[in-house]
Write a protein that binds this ligand. Structure first.
Ligand code: DP6
Length: 330
């Protein structure tokens, strides 16, 4: 039996990935940019076992269906089997350090941790760029979780995806004053997956072309705002890029509405971008970026709006391979 273990951070996109040019390889229509988060991590343990007849995955102790395993984890494991020449199935166990009921997606961190753990188990010496390409096969956003700090995912142009990979553009300590506040608003509603949602948008949204142009034109100013630690510009760009993706969602048919009444209250409270910048993925819970000096007052507002809990996250230094994770080392 071959065993490996790794821990990877979740990431939140500032410039969003929404739309693919190739679904089998998760090749995106646009470049995206994310921040890896210290407070939201997933640890995965992989055991390749010659006795198994298929891959099996448990997330926080709950077994995934064969269909779910096939469309996410096995895409990574198949590639690892191909590279290593070892046709052995694996059992994967993943644990997040935050409750799955909080409505915060853990799949990107889970797939990234699985990629690192399986490469470790098979003794493959791969650099992060190669690992990001493999994590991408499992879930697009997972490729950004192979790194800490600020990460760019180059969409690439090739059909085989060899130029669609991530790289770190700034380390986690580049902007120490920046924090992410993640309020938890209870929301039980089961929403359409990002995978399905973005394919509906690609097929039906007329605004998609316009958004791709917007991303191309504004990515340099997002990068500049981070490089210069220009909070005002960064908050504005964070807000505009989130709104731009949600405009595409709304413009899809049938419309994709991921935001709820609570989300609109957050937009209303912080939309001027003066002390914070919000961003929403395919769900109603925001990530609210602010400077450390303003964190307390932003948190207070979020609680007043009805948040049951606010997770405060620093920027992650990156994943850890091996049995001992960040928590155990401290
Ligand atoms: C809204 O990575 O979950 O979070 O590649 O089909 O697995 P698949 O999609 P996924 O999409 C995430 C979309 C997003 C925006 C982002 O993270 O950039």
């Amino acid at each position: 039996m071959l065993e490996g273990e790794a821990e990877a951070p979740s990431n939140i996109a500032i410039v969003k990935y929404w739309g693919k040019r190739n679904s089998a390889l998760n090749l995106p229509l646009n470049d995206s940019l994310s921040i890896s988060l210290e407070a939201l991590k997933v640890r995965s343990k992989v055991v390749f076992d010659p006795e198994l007849s298929k891959d099996k995955v448990r997330v926080n102790g709950v077994k995934l269906s064969d269909e779910e395993v096939k469309s996410y984890a096995s895409r990574v494991l198949d590639r690892m089997r191909e590279i290593s020449g070892k046709s052995i199935y694996a059992v994967v166990d993943s644990w997040s350090n935050f409750p799955s009921s909080a409505g915060l997606a853990s799949s990107a961190a889970g797939i990234a941790a699985l990629t690192l753990a399986s490469s470790d188990a098979l003794g493959l010496k791969m650099d992060p760029k190669e690992l990001s390409k493999i994590a991408r096969l499992g879930s697009g956003s997972a490729c950004r979780s192979v790194y800490g700090g600020f990460v760019i995912w180059h969409s690439g142009a090739r059909d085989d995806g060899e130029d669609s990979f991530c790289e770190q553009i700034f380390t986690h300590d580049h902007w120490r004053d920046l924090v992410d506040l993640i309020p938890i608003f209870t929301d039980e509603k089961k929403r359409i997956s990002s995978r399905k949602g973005m394919s509906v948008s690609v097929e039906t949204s007329n605004l998609m072309k316009c958004r791709l142009e917007f991303v191309r034109e504004t990515l340099p100013s997002v990068l500049d705002s981070i490089r210069n630690r220009d909070a005002k510009k960064f908050f504005e760009m964070t807000i505009r890029h989130s709104n731009s993706m949600h405009a595409i969602m709304m413009d899809s048919f049938p419309p994709l509405i991921y935001l709820n009444a609570m989300s609109l209250k957050v937009i209303d409270s912080f939309g001027d971008g003066k002390i914070a910048g919000y961003t929403f993925d395919a769900g109603p819970n925001p990530h609210v970026f602010t400077l450390r000096k303003d964190a307390e007052s932003v948190e207070k507002t979020l609680i007043e709006l009805g948040a049951t809990k606010v997770i405060k996250s620093d920027i992650s230094a990156g994943p850890r391979v091996g049995k001992k994770g960040v928590d155990e080392n401290n």
